[in-house]
Design a protein around this ligand. Structure first.
Ligand code: PXL
Length: 284
């Protein structure tokens, strides 16, 4: 590819994190590091810093849908993902817009649904009554769903404590309609291998990775789903895309940096060649 060739185009349907750690800011950073052109359908603006979320303004559902259609019709979308969707009305509008532009399992465009429900500070990013819409409107359209264990509990009622329960949860989620299910084990504190379970309704692929000891993991789920989406846009099979995403996020957690006085973000910078940047001095 020369510098003037159009790269693969990917879309994130997600909320803004003013602190730049998670949400669409993490998605765009990851897309860049994965060599794809990132586009955004903004669902909500959060007022946020490293200490948590102190305000949310939700975008009108028809504006979310219009963003999806505008970029799909002109620029084209090779793969899409969702992050914070905020309300049932937005989820319904996203489902309809995706159908119109063939994003999702019955269209031809891979669709990764990251069922974001809360921040790691426990701030609510999805209204309680929107869980049902997520299950009924988006899961059947998803090529892949990527819940962490907190989201697994909200969606299935299963409180996963070991690998057997993780597999049972993947089966319960798969019955809700996605083509592939990824149950992420990062929140299973006493598993040193952070095993993730990828399930297609028949077989399990188990993906272990080293556990990194850091409290700075803000945006980890967003980063992994974005890396997977980028790989799918580049033509990877689902197992290869998920292996790539797992490797990407493990390195990003390894390079996580402190920010403000709270929780810092995982870093997509690990993939950039540092030596190409000139040194200008430090402003603190
Ligand atoms: O990491 C999940 C997430 C997604 N989107 C937004 C967020 C967060 C976590 O804080 O703020 C906007």
């Amino acid at each position: 590819m020369t510098h003037n060739d159009t790269p693969p185009r990917v879309l994130t349907i997600a909320g803004s994190d003013s602190g730049g750690g998670a949400g669409l800011q993490a998605d765009l950073r990851t897309f860049f590091a994965c060599g794809v052109h990132g586009m955004t359908a903004v669902t909500a603006v959060t007022v946020q810093n490293s200490l948590g979320v102190s305000g949310v303004s939700v975008i009108p559902p028809e504006i979310v849908a219009a963003q999806i259609e505008a970029v799909a019709e002109d620029i084209g979308v090779l793969a899409a993902k969702t992050g914070m969707l905020a309300t049932a009305e937005i989820i319904e509008a996203v489902a309809k817009a995706c159908d119109r532009v063939h994003i999702g399992r019955d269209g031809s465009i891979p669709f990764v649904v990251d069922p974001v429900a809360a921040s790691m500070h426990g701030d609510q990013l999805l209204l309680d009554n929107a869980l049902d819409a997520l299950r009924t409107e988006l899961f059947p359209r998803a090529t892949l769903v990527t819940p962490n264990l907190d989201e697994v509990r909200l969606l299935t009622g299963i409180d996963v404590r070991d690998h057997h329960e993780a597999r049972e949860a993947a089966k319960a989620l798969h019955a809700m309609g996605p083509q592939w299910t990824l149950v992420k084990g990062g929140h299973m504190r006493d598993d040193p291998e952070c095993v993730d379970f990828l399930y297609d309704g028949e077989t399990f692929l188990e993906l272990p990775a080293r556990r990194v000891d850091t409290r700075h993991t803000h945006g980890g789920g967003d980063t992994m789903a974005s890396a997977i989406t980028s790989a799918l846009a580049r033509g990877a099979s689902m197992p290869d895309a998920v292996r790539f995403g797992k490797e990407f996020v493990t390195n990003a957690v390894q390079h996580a940096y402190p920010l403000g006085s709270g929780v810092g973000p995982v870093s997509a910078f690990w993939r950039l060649p540092q030596e190409t940047l000139p040194t200008f001095g430090q402003r603190g």
